[in-house]
Design a protein around this ligand. Structure first.
Ligand code: NAP
Length: 535
C-alpha cells in the first residue's frame, strides 16, 4: 500500500494476530489506518518460528479469533494442537478474507516513533525509510518477538551452520546426516528436540536448566467435541472467557489436598494420559500459590521422568529441582523425555560442565568436545519489553521509553504508558497476555482500544494519557498479585531473568483474564477513569 502523505488516524505495528485484528477493527470504524511489519507477510510469531515441531499449545478450537462467527465456523482445524504451518495458513486465510494486506507495508521494521505534542500526532519511521504521521500508535509487536541470541566465546569461528528456532529457514533445512547441537530447553527447544533427533545423524542437547514438560497428547480433534462447540461457538467462547486462562477450565478442586493421596495420584495420571493445555498444574487451583501443592505436581512429573528415561544419570539431569512447576512457562511436548533414550542423542548438563567456547567444528565444555555440523539456538527472547523498546519510542518532552522503563516496565493496564500519549500496547507488560490464551487477550485489548478511540472521536478529544497515579496503582497491583503466587521464585523470562542487566520484575497480570477484562470494562463505563483526555 502507498504510504499516505497526510496524517492518518492510526499506525499499527505488527502483522501478527494483534496487528491484523487492529487493522480490521479500526478500518471497519472508518478510520484511516496504515500498518508496518518487519517480515514479508502476515503471521507474526507464527511467521518467524517455523522450526521443526513448532506447534500451538492452546487447543486449536480456542486459539482463533471470535470477532466474526462466520470466520469461526468456516475454518476447520485438523488437530487438537495446530502445527505452526496450520496456524500460519489460518493467519493467511484471515488476511485474504478481510483484505488486510491492503493496509500493510511489509519488510518494514519500525525504528522510530516520535510524539508531536503540538499536533497530537505520532511520526513513525522504518529502517527502509518509510514515514507516516498518525493520531494513534498501536504497538502490536508481540510479547516474544525480539530474539535473545547469546554470544558464546568463539561463535564467530564456527564453520558449520548456525540456526535459530526463532528464525528457522523458510525453505526448511535438511538435517539428514548432520551432527546437530541444540542450546536451550524452553518450549522451542523441547518442541524441536524430538523432531531434530529423528532427522539428524546425532543430536547433542546442551541444557542449562532442566525444565518441566508435559505430554501434549496431540491428536485429531474428537468430532463429537467439535460438534458440541460448533453448536454454539460464541457461547463456548463466552464460557471460556470466564476462566482465568481464557481456555477450557480444567481445575477439578481448589486444593491438591482436597483429594486423598490415591485420588490425587489418579487425577495427575489421568491428566498425564489425556494431555492438554496447561497440564497437571492446572488441576488444582492452589498449584501456583501453595508450595506443598506445587510440590505434589512437581514430584509426579519427576517420577515420570525417572520412569521414562532409561539412563539414571540422564534422567537426573533432566529432572527440574530449582523452581516450582509452571513458574517457568510450562512446556507441552511430544516424546521429549523418551528422545533421550535414542542412541543418537546425548544430553550435556551445563550445570555440571559449562560451555567454555565454540571452535570451528565443536562446542567445548569443561571436560569434553562435541563435534557439530549445525548449531541450533533455542535461547528465547527479550520478552514483553524488548520489542517495544526496540521501536525507539519518544514521548512527551522527547523522553525515551527505554529510559522511562530503565527499572522495569510501568504501564496502565498493560495498555498505555504515562508520558506516551495515544500509544497503545496490545498485550503489553502488565496485562494478562502470555499467561492466558493470547488470541482472546488480543481481541479484548483491540476492542478496548477501538472503543476508546470511538469515544474520543465522539467527544472531540485528540489526546489520551494515563494519569501517573492510576499507572502506579496498576503497577503496584500487578506486583502484589504476583507476590501472592510462586511465580517470582523461578528465574524466568516472565521476570526478565534471561537477559543480562534487565531489571527483575514480574511482567504479566496474574489475576486472570475475567478480573482483568471486567476492570477494563468498568474503567470504560466510568468514562475512562484514570485517563487524561484532552483536545
Ligand atoms: P525460553 O523459554 O526462554 O528458553 C530458552 C532456553 O535457552 C532456556 O533453556 C535457557 O536456559 C537457554 N539458554 C538461554 N541462554 C543460554 C546460554 N547462554 N547458554 C545455555 N542455555 C541458554 O525460550 P523459548 O523456548 O523460545 O520459549 C519462550 C516462550 O515462547 C515460551 O515460554 C512460550 O511462552 C513461547 N513459546 C510457545 C510455544 C507454543 O505455544 N507451543 C512454542 C515455543 C515458544 P535457562 O532456563 O537456564 O535460562
Amino acid at each position: 500500500m502507498t504510504i499516505p502523505d497526510k496524517a492518518i488516524d492510526a499506525v499499527i505495528v505488527g502483522a501478527g494476530f494483534g496487528g491484523m485484528y487492529a487493522v480490521h477493527r479500526l478500518r471497519s470504524m472508518g478510520l484511516s489506518v496504515h500498518a508496518f511489519e518487519a517480515a514479508d507477510d502476515v503471521g507474526g510469531t507464527w511467521w518467524w518460528n517455523c522450526y521443526p515441531g513448532a506447534r500451538c499449545d492452546v487447543e486449536s478450537l480456542d486459539y482463533c479469533y471470535a470477532f466474526d462467527e462466520a470466520l469461526l465456523h468456516e475454518w476447520k482445524w485438523s488437530e487438537r494442537f495446530a502445527t505452526q504451518a496450520e496456524v500460519l495458513r489460518y493467519a493467511n486465510h484471515v488476511a485474504d478474507r478481510y483484505g488486510l494486506r491492503d493496509n500493510f507495508t511489509f519488510n518494514a521494521r519500525v525504528n522510530g516513533c516520535i510524539w508531536d505534542e503540538d499536533a497530537h500526532l505520532w511520526t513513525v519511521t522504518t529502517e527502509s525509510g518509510d514515514r507516516v504521521r498518525a493520531r494513534f500508535l498501536i504497538a502490536a509487536t508481540g510479547c516474544l518477538s525480539k530474539p535473545h541470541r547469546p554470544d558464546l566465546p568463539g561463535l564467530d569461528d564456527f564453520a558449520g551452520n548456525v540456526l535459530f528456532t526463532q528464525a528457522w529457514p523458510k525453505e526448511g533445512y535438511d538435517l539428514a546426516g548432520k551432527r546437530v547441537g541444540v542450546i536451550g530447553t524452553g518450549s522451542s527447544g523441547i518442541q524441536s528436540i524430538p523432531e531434530i533427533a529423528r532427522r539428524a545423524a546425532h543430536l547433542t542437547v546442551f541444557q542449562r536448566t532442566a525444565n518441566f514438560t508435559l505430554p501434549a497428547v496431540n491428536r485429531p480433534i474428537f468430532p463429537e467435541y467439535e460438534a458440541e462447540i460448533r453448536a454454539d461457538y460464541l457461547g463456548h467462547r463466552r464460557t471460556i472467557l470466564q476462566n482465568k486462562a481464557a481456555t477450557v477450565k480444567q481445575t477439578i478442586a481448589e486444593s491438591a489436598f482436597d483429594l486423598s493421596d490415591e485420588e490425587r495420584e489418579a487425577a495427575y495420571e489421568d491428566k498425564w494420559q489425556r494431555g492438554g493445555a496447561g497440564g497437571i498444574p492446572v488441576l488444582f487451583a492452589d498449584s501456583l500459590t501453595n508450595p506443598a501443592s506445587n510440590e505434589e505436581a512437581a514430584n509426579f512429573v519427576r517420577r515420570k521422568i525417572a520412569e521414562i528415561v532409561e539412563d539414571p544419570e540422564t534422567a537426573e539431569s533432566l529432572t527440574p529441582r530449582d523452581h516450582p512447576i509452571a513458574t517457568k512457562r510450562i512446556c507441552l511436548d511430544t516424546d521429549y523425555y523418551a528422545t533421550f533414550n535414542r542412541p543418537n542423542v546425548t544430553l550435556v548438563d551445563l550445570k555440571k560442565t559449562p560451555i567454555e567456547r565454540v571452535s570451528a567444528g565443536a562446542i567445548i565444555t569443561a571436560n569434553a568436545e562435541y563435534p557439530l555440523d549445525v548449531l541450533v539456538f533455542a535461547t528465547g527472547f527479550d520478552a514483553m519489553t524488548g520489542p517495544l523498546r526496540a521501536m525507539n519510542v519518544r514521548g512527551s518532552g522527547g523522553q525515551a521509553l527505554e529510559q522511562v522503563w530503565a527499572d522495569g516496565p510501568r504501564t496502565w493496564l498493560g495498555l498505555m504508558v504515562a508520558g506516551f500519549p495515544n500509544l497503545f500496547t496490545v498485550t503489553g507488560p502488565g496485562s494478562p497476555s502470555v499467561i492466558v490464551n493470547m488470541i482472546a487477550a488480543i481481541e479484548q485489548h483491540v476492542n478496548w482500544i477501538a472503543d476508546l478511540i470511538a469515544h474520543m472521536r465522539e467527544t472531540g478529544q485528540t489526546r489520551a494519557e494515563p494519569q501517573e497515579q492510576a499507572q502506579e496503582e496498576w503497577v503496584d497491583e500487578v506486583r502484589r498479585v504476583a507476590e501472592t503466587t510462586l511465580y517470582p521464585l523461578a528465574r524466568s523470562w516472565y521476570n526478565g531473568d534471561n537477559i543480562d542487566g534487565k531489571p527483575r520484575m514480574f511482567m504479566a497480570w496474574l489475576g486472570g483474564y475475567p478480573v482483568y477484562a471486567q476492570r477494563c470494562d468498568e474503567i470504560a463505563a466510568a468514562g475512562y477513569a484514570g485517563l487524561e483526555l484532552t483536545a
